[in-house]
Design a binder for this molecule. Structure first.
Ligand code: SF4
Ligand code: SF4
Length: 439
């Protein structure tokens, strides 16, 4: 039998091995970058002078939820940033205690090179989790959050790394509500003395690029919000984009300038004054604990991951997790916010007038003009009731107003004839030729 030879699959081992550069994981990725060509010739952004930017991830009092959120981001994805796939955005070399492949001394060497100013490339610092008061822990010889150790084994607090790296960073970006505003570790009681990156570095802090701390809040934040902000800052760093617009609290303004409520999929129910009484109901959740009307967050429009999910989209109330007042100012969770007594009572009152009027209009908009003429709906699915005289009266005046100073659909002119004999009949709205079986 004749042997058939198939072309090799693009994923066959030999093909992949040929293309992938061997990596020595016993050295740090920052050192491997230094051994590559000079900055201008390194592989990275196709456009602009900055080819590579290092990103130093530091974690304080954190649950790693921000890391999980960012690894799920899609627009742009972490992979887009790591391989330099976005035009003009420098390739990111990420140093992350959870996701980096090197460990121990090789991993810590990355941080030391940056602190010593030996990277030969710009870097940004990303801080996840709140900043604990290490002096409190030191009183009993301990520490809260540390990474690496000095020559005499003594853990180095991540806050010390922040102090070392922040002055030379192109930007310090706080990710998640713990890092941006203190969050849950800084809630009432606060035994660790936790605070935000902004509180820790102070008002005078400016990065090497002249930026105060950039804040991307959320518990956890939307990964896309964070990656998009990083990409926008790197584009600016590369001279190919404007300085992104930040609000007075350092949030990316285009992502946080609207309330949840303004973009909520349930806002129509609020406006018509219909409210959920229990979880699982489809209406507005304000009376069972939603703070959306006073919270700046875009999760209802952007979704949690890949435009899917997000609190109200999936039935959850807003507990204000992006806000500086979270969690104390939004407690107790799942209790009706006091302000709703005024706002939802007003919506309910207005809605009780507006809703029936809208349903009348909807009933007519749900009908073909032919059905009005024939006075029945030929639906085999079920009986469609005919509107009564009151509804017809309301609709009559509604249409009068609708077409006031406007032309109604259809030809209102008399029959017209053209020189070539072609005739156009006068047609009124709803006029049409009925099917044979109705004649
Ligand atoms: S569920 Fe919350 S955010 Fe959505 S409409 Fe109601 S109050 Fe507004
Ligand atoms: S809708 Fe509210 S609870 Fe949900 S992510 Fe946004 S701020 Fe947090």
């Amino acid at each position: 039998m004749e042997e058939i030879s198939l072309p090799s699959s693009p994923l066959e081992r030999s093909t992949v091995v040929d293309k992938v550069e061997p990596v020595d994981f016993l050295t740090s990725s920052a050192e491997r970058e230094l051994r590559k060509a000079p900055t201008a010739e390194r592989p990275g952004a196709l456009l602009g002078p900055v080819k590579v930017v290092h990103a130093y991830w530091l974690a304080g009092m954190s649950c790693d939820g921000c890391t999980v959120a960012v690894t799920g981001a899609m627009a742009p994805s972490v992979e887009d940033l790591l391989i330099g796939r976005l035009p003009g955005v420098p390739r990111v070399v990420l140093h992350h205690p959870v996701t980096s492949v090197e460990s121990g001394d090789a991993f810590m060497r990355n941080y030391e090179l940056a602190a010593e100013g030996k990277l030969n490339a710009p870097y940004v610092v990303i801080f996840e989790g709140s900043i604990p008061n290490e002096a409190l822990a030191a009183e009993t010889g301990g520490y809260w959050c540390a990474m690496g150790s000095e020559t005499v084994p003594k853990p180095i607090p991540t806050t010390t790394w922040l102090e070392r790296l922040a002055p030379g960073a192109a930007a310090v970006i706080a990710i998640g509500t713990c890092a941006t505003w203190g969050g849950i570790p800084a809630a009432y009681g606060n035994p660790t003395g936790s605070m935000s990156v902004m509180d820790f570095l102070g008002k005078e802090y400016l990065s090497a690029l002249g930026l105060p701390v950039v804040n991307v809040p959320g518990c956890s934040p939307i990964g896309d919000n964070f990656n998009e902000t990083v990409a926008a800052i790197l584009l600016f760093l590369n001279g190919l984009g404007p300085l992104p617009e930040f609000d007075e609290l350092g949030r990316p303004a285009w992502l946080f300038n609207k309330t949840v409520h303004q973009q909520c999929v349930r806002a129509g129910f609020y406006e018509e004054g219909t409210f959920a009484e229990r979880y699982g109901d489809p209406e507005c959740l304000v009376e069972i604990g939603c703070w959306g009307p006073v919270v700046q967050c875009n999760i209802t429009s952007r979704g949690a991951i890949n435009h899917l999910g997000g609190c109200m989209n999936t039935g959850g109330v807003c507990i204000g997790c992006t806000m500086p007042g979270f969690p104390d100012r939004f407690a107790p969770f799942y209790k009706r916010p006091p302000g709703t007594i005024v706002s939802s009572t007003t919506s309910r009152t207005v809605g009780s007038f507006v809703r029936p009027l809208r349903r009348i209009t909807m009933q007519f908009q749900n009908r073909e003009p032919l059905w009005d003429k024939e006075r029945h709906v030929p639906s085999g699915w079920g009986n469609v009731p005919e509107p009564g005289p009151v509804k017809k009266g309301v609709h009559y005046f509604y249409e009068k107003w609708q077409f006031l100073n406007s032309e109604r659909p259809g030809r209102t002119k008399a029959n017209e004839g053209y020189d070539d004999g072609y005739e156009v009949a006068a047609v009124q709205s709803g006029d049409s030729v009925p099917p044979d079986h109705l004649r």
